[in-house]
Write a protein that binds this ligand. Structure first.
Ligand code: SAM
Length: 265
């Protein structure tokens, strides 16, 4: 298996194109946003957060839930895609008393206001080129005692597609997340699950990947012969009773920045 990171320009283009269809197709991502907020609110001492930063807000599946259930006093939303500023505008209408700022750019390099009391992100961090450096960066933005709530994907994510194409993102396991987070944080919870979606055909799987932006590892469209080969092989390899599976592997982590504020080393 070849582990790749995505070209950020391709990523931004694919997500911008998928925005109109994302909410309808992103069944698992919606469940992840819901579950992440539940995990966050069950952390000891979690309740209201004054200053909240969300990385990769997209169309706002997590944002809406953060606004409704964590009642931030102010919210900073970030995304690589400029069009996500529309999400910030919608959220200002949803919660007129809450200042909502949009920071356009790459979460790995763009400047964010700080300190923050909560940094949250769902279905985004798997796209980071250097997750470890990003976690260190997030620790630098958090107030000591502040919380980090992350939903991302584990190594079995989209395993049917990686098995046929031979390429995958470098997904971290729950244990790898915990070890990396422990550098600057106390890990409060770490959970993972497998979730299978079923489709009538492999073409529907491809359409679903496009609508959710999950096809952003490919730099361009596949030639028709490759699409035909992929669909034939996918259905022959994974088909059951006239339908095909697609596996998701969500991982949920909640961690508190150590109150000494720094690294263990
Ligand atoms: C699968 S969507 C998830 C959106 C939203 N968080 C949700 O739960 O539905 C991934 C989002 O992350 C954004 N993204 C990916 N890489 C990013 C980066 N390096 N910096 C900021 N945003 C990024 C994409 O543009 C996209 O909007």
């Amino acid at each position: 298996m070849r582990c790749m990171s995505a070209d950020k320009r391709t990523l931004a283009r694919r997500f911008a194109r998928g925005m109109a269809t994302y909410d309808g197709a992103a069944v698992v991502q919606r469940e992840m946003a819901e579950r992440l907020v539940a995990e966050l609110l069950s952390a000891p001492g979690a309740g209201r957060f004054d200053r909240v930063l969300e990385l990769g807000c997209g169309t706002g599946l997590l944002t809406q839930r953060l606004l409704a259930r964590c009642r931030p006093a102010r919210l900073v939303l970030n995304d690589l895609v400029m069009e996500c500023e529309g999400t910030a505008r919608r959220m200002r209408r949803q919660a007129p008393g809450v200042p909502v700022q949009f920071v356009h750019g790459d979460m790995e390099t763009v400047a964010f206001p700080h300190p923050q009391d909560l940094i949250a992100s769902s279905a985004v961090l798997q796209w980071a080129a250097d997750s470890r450096a990003l976690l260190t960066r997030m620790a630098g933005l958090l107030e000591p005692g502040g919380l980090l709530a992350i939903a991302s994907f584990g190594p079995s994510n989209l395993r049917e597609v990686s098995q046929l194409t031979g390429v995958s993102l470098r997904y971290w396991s729950c244990g790898e997340w915990q070890a990396a987070l422990a550098e600057h944080h106390v890990v409060l919870s770490g959970r993972e699950e497998l979730r299978t979606l079923w489709f009538p055909s492999a073409r529907d799987v491809l359409r679903h990947l496009k609508q959710t932006g999950a096809n952003a590892l490919d730099s361009g469209p596949w030639p028709p012969a490759r699409v035909a080969w992929f669909c034939r092989t996918y259905e022959a390899t994974f088909g059951q009773d006239g339908r095909v599976p697609l596996t998701y592997h969500p991982v949920f982590m909640v961690a508190r920045k150590r109150s000494d504020g720094g690294s263990r080393r």
